[in-house]
Design a protein around this ligand. Structure first.
Ligand code: NAD
Length: 375
């Protein structure tokens, strides 16, 4: 089987789908791996390192897309590039399937198998291929490092002959994978951390990392069978917004990571709360790219409000640490392919009855096969 990893074309994207370690693992399985020249330019892997790992390098992107049995890439492709894929090809990438009905139709029309990284089930068996988690973990780290860089004060407490400097107060909103790493990173830097999530088990996890859990009684909040949060009712949302306003006003840094699966992230910090914060306070909104948790945040930009609060809405936080992000993403791809690899036939075995594939295969054999996207 020929696996092709193209160079990412979005100017914001710094990651590569495969790093040399992933190539080595895949060639070890007996696959032929081809990467586009320059694939690792923005994550510090020159073409030569891919060649040493066993890949061949091509500059013929269209030709490689048309001849590959498996395409691995970070960002969703254009419809034009889907049209280049051969019948029966397997395409694995982030796909944003809830917002891309036309692209899904295109994959089906092309008789290709589209696998969405977002839809990989959150199960123990699938953890090794869970790219949402591997990237969110790094994004949580980068969010805190970014906040520390933008803040005009320091995170740790310091007792000096010139007096005592108090630790920074950090509020983490949303305690999933990114939020937990944000808490751990802020604690390591010496901050005093408070955190909130609608899921009770997340609050316990935050406490085990040394954060103070903000307690807000929202009544029944529920969750999906995958452990994702459900959307709050308007009344619950208002109650949360009011109850956390005081913590925001007293915080030096607020990191927001709250998401609701398949929907736009909830707006949890309104303008009046931002206006109540201290000059110089920093808000990093990790949900900015998909709509944002904070009123007034501009996706992809950093702005300062009239009262001097810095709003950081940068996108692709994990891309700021592109080498490690590509390392773990490449491992996710390689683990997935290895998991479904038929040792004898040296092929990726498709089995739509398999629990993992049932979760993440969107199109196959000319049809949209995933239950959630059939209609
Ligand atoms: P996510 O990115 O979908 O959301 C981030 C966090 O925002 C979640 O913790 C969510 O509960 C929270 N949130 C939603 N609405 C909120 C609100 N109004 N206020 C505050 N917080 C709010 O979540 P994720 O990081 O992808 O994790 C989702 C779930 O998957 C978690 O339960 C996690 O433990 C689980 N998980 C399981 C595995 C596995 O078993 N393989 C791997 C990774 C994650």
């Amino acid at each position: 089987m020929k696996i092709f990893a193209p160079k990412e074309t979005d100017t914001i994207e710094t990651r590569a789908a495969l790093d040399p370690a992933a190539v080595k693992k895949l060639t070890g399985l007996g696959a032929e791996v081809v990467v586009e020249s320059g694939i690792g330019d923005r994550c510090d892997h020159p073409d030569s390192s891919y060649e040493e790992a066993g890949a061949s390098i091509t500059t013929d992107r269209s030709g490689a897309l048309g001849s590959a049995d498996i395409v691995t890439r970070v960002r969703k492709p254009s419809e034009e590039e889907v049209a280049l894929l051969k019948e029966g090809a397997i395409h694995i990438s982030f796909l944003d399937p809830f917002n891309e009905p036309e692209l899904i139709k295109k994959f089906a029309g092309q008789k290709t198998t589209a696998i969405s990284l977002e839809m990989i089930p959150r199960t123990t068996l699938a953890q090794k291929m869970d790219a949402i988690s591997s990237q969110a973990n790094l994004a949580g780290y980068v969010a805190v490092i970014t906040a520390a860089d933008r803040l005009n004060s320091i995170f740790p407490m310091m007792m000096t002959p010139a007096g005592t400097i108090s630790p920074a107060k950090v509020f983490v909103l949303g305690i999933g994978v990114a939020g937990l790493q944000a808490i751990a990173t802020a604690k390591r830097l010496g901050a005093r951390v408070t955190a909130f999530d609608v899921r009770a088990e997340a609050l316990e996890q935050a406490e085990s990392l040394g954060a103070k859990a903000l307690k807000i009684d929202l009544g029944e909040t529920g969750g999906t069978d995958q452990g994702y949060a459900k959307e709050l009712t308007p009344e619950q949302l208002q109650k949360q917004i009011d109850a956390q306003a005081k913590v925001c006003a007293q915080s030096d840094v607020v990191i927001t990571t709250a998401k609701v699966f398949g929907r736009k992230p909830p707006v949890l910090i309104k303008k009046n709360v931002v206006d109540s914060m201290q000059p110089g306070a920093v808000i990093v909104d990790l949900a900015a790219e998909t709509g944002g948790n904070v009123e007034g945040v501009t996706p992809g930009e950093e702005t300062v409000t009239e009262n001097g609060v810095k709003l950081v809405g940068l996108a692709n936080f994990e891309g700021k640490v592109s080498k490690h992000a590509s390392q773990v993403l490449g491992a996710n791809f390689a683990n997935m392919i290895e998991h479904f690899w038929d040792e004898e036939a040296k092929i990726f075995k498709l089995d739509l009855e398999d629990d993992i594939q049932k979760g993440c295969v969107i199109t196959h054999g000319g049809e949209v096969v995933h239950e959630r996207f059939k209609d």
